[in-house]
Design a protein around this ligand. Structure first.
Ligand code: HXC
Length: 259
């Protein structure tokens, strides 16, 4: 299948590699990209030759978030009525083979959430993680308010979600958000090393181990994500969502009316 927003290849015939590729938009995640990502991951999951999947971006950005230019005009009816996010992002959770996120540069908003939906994160030294949605009048909507506190604890998660502060790679490793930090020029080599190590393991055990760790991690996560999704949708009924996104696109400071 040909993709417009992804580059897809295999390594050593065993590792499926998906590179997010909307360079001009810092890999902002629009519906087309998320549709294609779901299709690419499912294709690798169904391919018996593949034992592990890697999702990565560019040096500058893993992904700078959901596409603000696409979201800016959405109303509550658009997001709730069409189940924005759930309709294509949740495909990632159905992948049964291990998925590693190899993150360099910005992983913000939906980009951070996408990385956290993978099974573990290997970060380059220049990686920056953040949930800055509040600055544009919304909240995280793809599990950020649920997975981030589970990964880094309540205090750091609240700090990031409420102040929009970014976390660098070293802090992310200390906090447990990422499994390892490596030099930027070694990111793919290290990630492929981990992926190939997984490919050498018995496939069914790897799938079972993933399923079991996720069970420990998730608990009532789906309830939390569903709750978050409805609040996220509700943000599109506020004037500050329009103002925040319009201001971003016009490159001006937002004037929030708190309504
Ligand atoms: C659409 C985006 C974008 C985004 C960047 N761009 N992020 N377009 N959606 N999320 C575009 C810019 O508009 C710009 O386009 C180009 O990418 C390069 O970005 P710059 O801002 O010029 O780069 P830089 O100065 O290096 O700043 C990088 C940055 C900044 C700090 C990452 O781009 C930024 O703050 N982006 C927004 C981050 C954000 O708020 N993410 C959360 C989104 S909401 P032009 O055309 O001007 O060259 C979200 C909701 C999740 O993710 C809910 C569920 C998934």
């Amino acid at each position: 299948m040909a993709y417009e927003t992804l580059q897809v290849r295999t390594e050593a015939g065993q590792v499926g590699i998906v590179t997010l590729h909307r360079p001009k938009q810092l890999n902002a995640l629009n519906d087309q990209l998320m549709d294609e990502l779901g299709a690419a991951l499912k294709a690798f999951d169904a391919d018996d030759a593949i034992g592990c999947i890697v999702v990565t971006g560019s040096e500058k950005a893993f992904a700078a978030g959901a596409d603000i230019s696409a979201m800016a005009k959405y109303e509550f009816a658009d997001v709730y009525g069409r189940d924005f996010i759930s309709r294509n992002w949740e495909a990632i959770r159905s992948i049964r083979k291990p998925v590693i996120a190899a993150v360099s540069g910005f992983a913000l908003g939906g980009g951070c959430e996408l990385a956290m939906m993978c099974d573990f994160i290997i970060a380059a030294e220049n990686a920056k993680f953040g949930q800055p949605e509040i600055k544009i009048g919304i909240i995280p909507g793809a599990g950020g308010t649920q997975r981030l506190p589970r990964a880094v604890g309540k205090s750091k998660a609240m700090d990031m979600v409420l102040t929009s502060r970014m976390m660098d790679a070293q802090e992310a490793e200390r906090a447990g958000l990422v499994s390892r930090v490596v030099p930027l020029d070694k990111l793919m080599e290290e990630t492929l090393g981990a992926a190939l190590a997984i490919c050498q393991m018995p496939r069914l055990a790897a799938m079972a181990a993933k399923e079991s760790v996720n069970r420990a991690f998730e608990g009532a996560l789906s309830d939390g994500v569903q709750f978050e999704r409805r609040l996220f949708h509700a943000m599109f009924a506020t004037a500050d969502q329009k103002e925040g996104m319009d201001a971003f696109l016009a490159k001006r400071t937002p004037a929030f009316g708190h309504r």
